[in-house]
Ligand binder design. Structure first.
Ligand code: ZN
Length: 152
């Protein structure tokens, strides 16, 4: 009970004060993902430096508390990782929420644990994973451009 209240608090806090939120005006290349069942939308850009480190995840999201909070929590959690590690985490998170990864939980994911209960509600899983799908695509592009560059 107390934990549920705490998780609710985390989600509402990130919904009201989304971290790394950016209007992305003037950014031509961005991922745009929508979840029509709920009316959520997210635009997202990932900033990767020359060493393949995720320096920042900026997004502009609209929709329900879960979709916005999930994007916010994600942008904090995955910053500073390599593109490969971030991609691995993104896929793991989606698997956990879909219940496809029985052995893992969000226990080691910091405040993202607040979203664990969402796994019980398939429609809400779409809200929670929307920004993650956008990030996955952005990271795949970043990984692809790094691989095609001169990487010795
Ligand atoms: Zn939603």
């Amino acid at each position: 009970m107390a934990f549920e209240d705490l998780y609710q608090e985390i989600i509402l806090d990130h919904y009201r004060h989304p971290r790394n939120f950016d209007d992305l005006s003037g950014v031509s290349e961005q991922e745009v993902y929508e979840n029509p069942t709920c009316g959520d939308s997210v635009k997202l850009v990932v900033d990767v430096d020359d060493d393949g480190i995720v320096q920042g995840i900026r997004y502009n999201s609209k929709g329900c508390a879960i979709s916005v909070a999930s994007a916010s929590l994600m942008s904090e959690r995955l910053k500073g990782l390599t593109v490969e590690e971030a991609l691995r985490r993104v896929r793991e998170f989606v698997q956990i929420l879909r219940g496809e990864s029985k052995d893992s939980s969000l226990e080691d994911w910091g405040d993202l644990i607040a979203l664990e209960g969402v796994a019980q509600y398939p429609l809400r899983v779409k809200c929670a994973t929307l920004a993650w799908h956008a990030l996955e695509h952005a990271l795949e592009k970043a990984a692809g451009s790094a691989a095609s560059g001169e990487k010795s």
